[in-house]
Design a protein around this ligand. Structure first.
Ligand code: GDP
Length: 176
């Protein structure tokens, strides 16, 4: 089955976004599979694709050694998995670009891994501040417009757009 992967720093809002997408029915209900390991959460969605929840990286309370292991595991997964349709790269819209996010970005670009950006927690900022921050993120993490999705799992803003894109990606995968 093709993979749809989600990655982002700890606390970026990954679980919330996955739950939001999984609950809107379009992407179908998510159920736990035996493929679940301690570090990678893999969900089989309707036997149509695997939703892969990569561990949140850069969590300060975790030891350096553990962080290294996580990073290695994420990179190994991304390099060795041939059928990743797309990776959703979550970045917190409240913050300046972070070192850990830059590292993942560079890694994705270098390894030719297709990704889209979900700029999360947009409800936490004023319109003005949000626009400023999004401009900074877009400048730093270069993707075409149709691959950049400001979202709020709380208000649902931007969720439909992201969901439509993912749905299309999955449909196209099966058409080819
Ligand atoms: P994860 O560690 O990346 O899986 O992040 P979570 O989904 O657990 O979210 C971390 C925290 O941010 C939780 O307290 C969430 O309630 C909060 N959160 C996540 N998404 C949003 C959002 O879109 N808006 C707001 N206001 N809070 C959010």
């Amino acid at each position: 089955l093709p993979h749809l992967a989600f990655a982002g720093r700890s606390n970026v809002g990954k679980s919330s976004l996955i739950n939001k997408l999984a609950n809107t029915k379009k992407l179908a209900k998510v159920s736990q599979t035996p493929g679940k390991t301690r570090l990678l959460n893999i969900f089989n969605v309707d036997d149509r694709f695997l939703l892969v929840d990569l561990p949140g990286y850069g969590y300060a309370k975790v030891s350096k050694e553990m962080q290294k292991q996580w990073r290695k595991m994420i990179e190994d997964y991304l390099i060795t998995t041939k059928d990743i349709m797309i990776l959703v790269f979550l970045i917190d819209s409240r913050h300046e670009p972070q070192k850990k996010d830059r590292e993942l970005y560079e890694f994705l670009v270098y390894n030719d891994i297709e990704f889209i950006i979900a700029a999360t927690k947009t409800d936490k900022l004023s319109k003005n501040q949000l626009n400023k921050n999004l401009a900074v993120l877009r400048k730093e993490f270069k993707v075409p417009d149709y691959r950049f999705y400001p979202v709020s799992s709380k208000t649902g803003e931007g969720i439909k757009e992201l969901e439509d894109y993912l749905k299309l990606t999955i449909d196209n995968f099966y058409k080819e």
